[in-house]
Design a protein around this ligand. Structure first.
Ligand SMILES: [Zn+2]
Length: 123
């Protein structure tokens, strides 16, 4: 396992910053009422209750998507904060270094693979 160095962090920071900018733009569009299809638009002329529930699930899906994007935005902010604080790449549970391989695949990882596995097993 290789511990992360400054060069890796700088590369990941750039990648996360551009991902954050892209996501913020996306979320802004998604939350803009003028750009979002309203329930009426989605359900259209249809009054059939079956179609209405389809329109409802489309709106729910939109909300789920926004929630997912906001979660990612939060994760990215938290990871950039950890870089700022000089604790990026350190497992929040055991304090060991998170491997470069893991951080490259998953730059917002808060925990090393061992602690993450333990948590997932417990959940
Ligand atoms: Zn750990």
């Amino acid at each position: 396992m290789t511990a992360i160095n400054k060069q890796h962090i700088a590369t990941l920071k750039l990648a996360m910053e551009s991902e954050l900018a892209r996501l913020l733009h996306e979320v802004k569009d998604e939350m803009d009422p003028a750009l979002r299809p309203s329930f009426a638009d989605v359900s259209g002329e249809v009054t059939d209750s079956g179609d209405e529930s389809i329109a409802e699930s489309v709106v729910d899906l939109d909300n789920a998507m926004i929630g997912l994007h906001l979660q990612k935005v939060n994760d990215l902010y938290a990871a950039l904060d950890r870089i700022q604080a000089g604790v990026y790449g350190i497992c929040g549970d055991c304090g060991e270094s998170v491997s470069v391989e893991r951080l490259t695949a998953y730059p917002t990882a808060k925990r090393c693979i061992n602690c993450q596995t333990v948590r997932e097993k417990r959940a």
